[in-house]
Design a binder for this molecule. Structure first.
Ligand code: AMP
Ligand code: MG
Length: 322
């Protein structure tokens, strides 16, 4: 896969129906023309993503939104767009017929986001179409927050645009627009406390709803390294097996025995910093041949900590100790 910073070239590839990996402020995405079903099909193929998992469509202007969401568009959409776009919020609402069914996995709704990353913004603008872009990792695996994480996947994407390290490091908050408020479908950097300042947030407990069943951001296992990952549960450090890697919340001496590799998610417990480094720490542990199993410290489930723990629990799900 070629890596570079040539946005014009990347846009020309998109126009030809090709796939480009692009940086965004959340994580790196595999982007294609959202209105070209063949191009979108190649994304699913590359990611080995099941077609029941809908893609988020990325836009660079509100005019594009109006081609994707069916009219009349709920005033909540505009309120949220005004407050949080460009930024890490995906809004799900009823789609127009122009949006291919493959993008939405056959749902009548589509998830749309306006990214703030300048490279993503320019790519969408110069491509002159909305871009469908899931995270640039194989399905179920750790999301990429820098180019080296994307390269690891060995995709046959035509080009990777290098835009540095993602600012947030975890995927967008996903909300669906309802008659009398919104529901949070996936936790992210924009928290419920942020959202309630603008719209009523309804509880999201009805498991039978179509959107929720189809929101695999809600799958129990996801974002997972291919080594056992356990949430640290106050085990005695001396019981750690040889080859343990320990992802800790902050950079302080916790009296570990020698031989345990640690990665601190933050210097002093700043949660935004932890989110940025989370997937990166998992990648580093996954890539280190000497590491056989990984422990990770839980963070408080407050603010962005909710989104962090959502990812951590899903990453650890297959390795849960009974
Ligand atoms: P990503 O994994 O970042 O590509 O984001 C895709 C996720 O966004 C899906 O797994 C769903 O959780 C959510 N999503 C996208 N479109 C929809 C939709 N139409 N309805 C419900 N959730 C959606
Ligand atoms: Mg993903």
């Amino acid at each position: 896969m070629k890596v570079g910073t040539d946005i014009k070239y990347a846009a020309s590839l998109i126009k030809k129906g090709k796939i480009v990996a692009m940086p965004t402020e959340t994580v790196y995405g595999l982007a294609a023309n959202a209105l070209n079903a063949m191009a979108v099909a190649r994304i699913f193929e590359m990611k080995e993503r099941p077609t029941f998992d809908p893609l988020i469509v990325h836009i660079s202007s509100i005019e594009q939104l109006e081609t994707l969401f069916r009219k009349p568009i709920s005033p909540y959409v505009y309120t949220l767009a005004e407050a949080f776009w460009p930024g890490p919020l995906t809004i799900v609402s009823t789609k127009t017929p122009e949006v291919p069914d493959l993008v939405t996995s056959g749902l009548s709704t589509v998830g749309v986001r306006m990214p703030s990353h300048p490279v993503a913004h320019q790519l969408i603008k110069q491509s002159e179409v909305p871009l469908a872009a899931p995270s640039a990792n194989k399905f179920g695996r750790i999301s990429p927050t820098m180019v080296s994480h994307v390269l690891k996947q060995n995709f046959k994407a035509e080009y990777i645009l290098d835009g540095g390290i993602s600012d947030y490091g975890i995927e967008s908050t996903v909300v669906s627009v309802q008659e009398n408020g919104i529901k949070i479908l996936r936790q992210g950097a924009i928290t419920e406390d942020d959202l309630v300042k603008y719209v009523e947030v309804l509880s999201s407990t009805d498991e039978n709803e179509e959107v929720e069943k189809h929101a695999p951001g809600m799958l129990k296992s996801h974002y997972s390294p291919h080594k056992p990952l356990y949430i640290y549960n106050n085990e005695n450090y001396n019981s750690f097996l040889p080859g343990t890697g320990f992802i800790i919340k902050e950079n302080k001496d916790i009296g570990l025995p020698p031989g345990i590799k640690t990665i601190a998610l933050s210097e002093n417990g700043n949660m935004a910093e932890m989110a940025v480094k989370l997937f990166s720490a998992m990648h580093t542990m996954e890539d280190d041949e000497n590491i056989k199993q990984i422990y990770i410290e839980a963070v408080p489930e407050e603010g962005i900590g909710k989104a962090i723990m959502d990812r951590v629990k899903k990453a650890a799900y297959n390795y849960m100790k009974s």
